[in-house]
Design a protein around this ligand. Structure first.
Ligand SMILES: Nc1ncnc2c1ncn2[C@@H]1O[C@H](COP(=O)(O)OP(=O)(O)O)[C@@H](O)[C@H]1O
Ligand SMILES: Cc1ncc(COP(=O)(O)O)c(N)n1
Ligand SMILES: [Mg+2]
Length: 511
């Protein structure tokens, strides 16, 4: 407390305002996998997924894919030493995680560096055999593990085969054998042991045995039925390292890491990458959605705003329409973008309806946005959101949704339009142009207000509020000629037959 106060005063008086955020940092010392399922590549992805920085020292380059390992090229130990020195002499590393250590000399070089540059924790994944059965590191490494590395380790994470190898190849066939093995490996010096049961035959669950020298914990997860388990071991160890770097206790780090692997495998169980027996999985839980949505060429095309339909739950209720029926009518009638604006829907109903509407919109190649509810947009992977001035701030919405989603912002003044542009919005909605009964207490800006904002806005403008067949022509006439490089578009809320309005107005705009 005193220290931080003093620092602040000192920095204020000397005018040095450089506050550095120290970032949690894992260094992985491992082999490269050209197929990117395991090794260095899995470590980088796992650390990024846990929001931890990861530097890399490459010990070997493997030619590897989903079929197996075609070749291994071991790095010269001097060059491994040079990489270690480059990273450790410059960067603040919290945790070192080791994977493939292909020679005894490389292991010794690593131990030397760890003594010279001590870190908060050492996670050892004693990689020996790939999931495909290829021997990556020969048994000559075992003495190095036992004599030098394990006594320095905070945790070692052998799979069944590696645990057996460390114990002179005793057979391990059950969870009870795994417990015995964990205890014996603990006697070799590491402070904690996790014997992984991913490869335990005939097991419905995936049970890993954790031993901290005093207590045993059996950590159980569902066994995901999938071919995509290549790299689970590397990912688990990196995830443990990442959680430790953030400050977790060992048991908590192991539990979070295991749950992460299980979640990622479940999400990725049907991914198809490569033709071999063992596929990689998706560390960011995003590829499945991207594969489904690959129809869209551009993230956002301003021309999509041409005819903008907005749903309204009370209007739909009044006319006896479901949200999905209204959306289908709108896109069939020519709407080029749809926004779900459901102010009083139950969240679960809203998510379910949004999923159905998304399918309809996707089949027409029409983007679907969600009003206000970032959570609903994320849950159904909608194309974006539309937010008002008192909803989620645009920048925060952008960081939650990522760079690809569409964000629109309601603006009533040129200043708000400028701010929306600064904050990274894609378009602004502008209104109410005319009085409307679908939004209470909404100040009408009129055609003059609309024109003023169109002149000022650097973003495409969608006109909204009380626009229908009778006045659409006037809005176009008054506002359109003044707008250079922007489209004026129309939003229709809660009409009984959005389709026919859309159709007629679409014709009108084409003239
Ligand atoms: N099919 C699966 N479903 C759920 N978890 C799994 C599956 N296969 C492996 N795991 C988990 O992934 C981690 C790595 O396990 P394992 O495959 O035994 O190690 P390695 O990849 O080093 O051979 C463990 O926590 C294990 O329980
Ligand atoms: C370079 C490298 N390092 C480690 C593994 C083990 O990973 P897994 O046991 O999940 O196949 C691998 N296959 N390749
Ligand atoms: Mg495995």
């Amino acid at each position: 407390m005193h220290v931080s106060m003093a620092m602040q005063m000192d920095e204020a008086s000397t005018n040095l305002h450089i506050f550095h955020n120290k970032v949690p940092h894992v260094l992985t010392v491992a082999g490269s996998d050209s197929g990117s399922g395991a090794g260095i590549q899995a470590d980088l992805k796992a650390c990024a997924a846990h929001r931890v920085y990861c530097s890399t020292v490459i010990t070997a380059v493997t030619a590897q894919n989903t079929v197996g390992v075609q070749g291994v090229n071991i790095m010269p130990e001097d060059f491994v030493a040079e990489q270690l020195r480059s990273v450790l002499s410059d960067m603040h590393v919290d945790v070192v995680k080791t994977g493939m250590l292909p020679s005894l000399n490389i292991l010794k070089v690593l131990c030397q560096n760890l003594r010279e540059f001590p870190v908060k924790a050492l996670v050892v994944d004693p990689v020996m055999v790939s999931t495909s059965g290829h021997v990556l590191v020969g048994p000559s490494i075992l003495d190095g593990f036992r004599e030098e590395l394990l006594p320095m380790a905070d945790i070692i994470t052998p799979n069944i085969k590696e645990a057996s190898a460390l114990l002179n190849y005793v057979p391990l066939k059950s969870v009870s054998d795994m417990r015995t093995a964990a205890k014996l490996i603990h006697e070799l010096g590491p402070r904690n042991v996790l014997v992984k049961g991913g490869d335990l035959p005939d097991s419905l669950d995936c049970i890993d045995v954790f031993f901290d020298g005093e207590e045993f914990y059996e950590l159980c997860s569902l066994r995901v039925n999938t071919r995509n388990t290549h790299g689970t071991g590397c990912t688990l160890a990196s995830s443990i390292a990442a959680e430790l770097a953030k400050g977790s206790s060992m048991l908590s780090a192991v539990k979070v890491a295991k749950r992460y692997v299980e979640t990622a495998l479940d999400y990725s169980k049907d991914l198809l990458i490569g033709n071999g027996a063992q596929g990689p999985f998706d560390h960011f839980l995003a590829l499945k959605n991207i594969a489904q949505n690959s129809y869209r060429q551009d993230r956002f095309n301003p021309n999509d705003l041409l005819l903008y339909a907005v749903t309204d739950s009370s209007m739909n209720r009044k006319w006896g329409h479901s949200i999905a029926e209204a959306v289908r009518a709108a896109v069939e009638g020519g709407a080029t973008i749809v926004q779900l604006r459901e102010k009083d829907a139950e969240t679960r109903d809203f998510v379910n309806a949004a999923k159905v509407c998304l399918e309809i919109c996707r089949s027409f190649g029409v983007p679907l946005l969600i009003n206000d509810r970032i959570d609903v947009a994320l849950a159904c992977d909608a194309d974006g959101v539309h937010v008002g001035q008192s909803d989620m701030p645009t920048r925060l919405a952008r960081s939650l949704l990522g760079p690809e989603k569409i964000i629109g912002v309601s603006c009533k003044t040129p200043e708000q339009a400028e701010q929306a542009w600064i904050d990274g919005a894609d378009y602004i909605g502008c209104g109410g142009v005319y009085p409307t009964n679908t939004k209470a207490n909404n100040r009408t800006i009129g055609l003059d207000g609309l024109r003023e904002i169109c002149q000022a806005s650097k973003l495409p403008v969608v006109a909204i509020g009380g626009i229908g067949l009778s006045n659409a022509g006037v809005v176009m006439e008054k506002a359109l000629p003044l707008v250079v490089g922007h489209a004026i578009n129309f939003a229709f809320k809660g009409r009984s037959s959005l389709g026919s309005y859309a159709l007629v107005l679409h014709q009108l705009m084409k003239q």
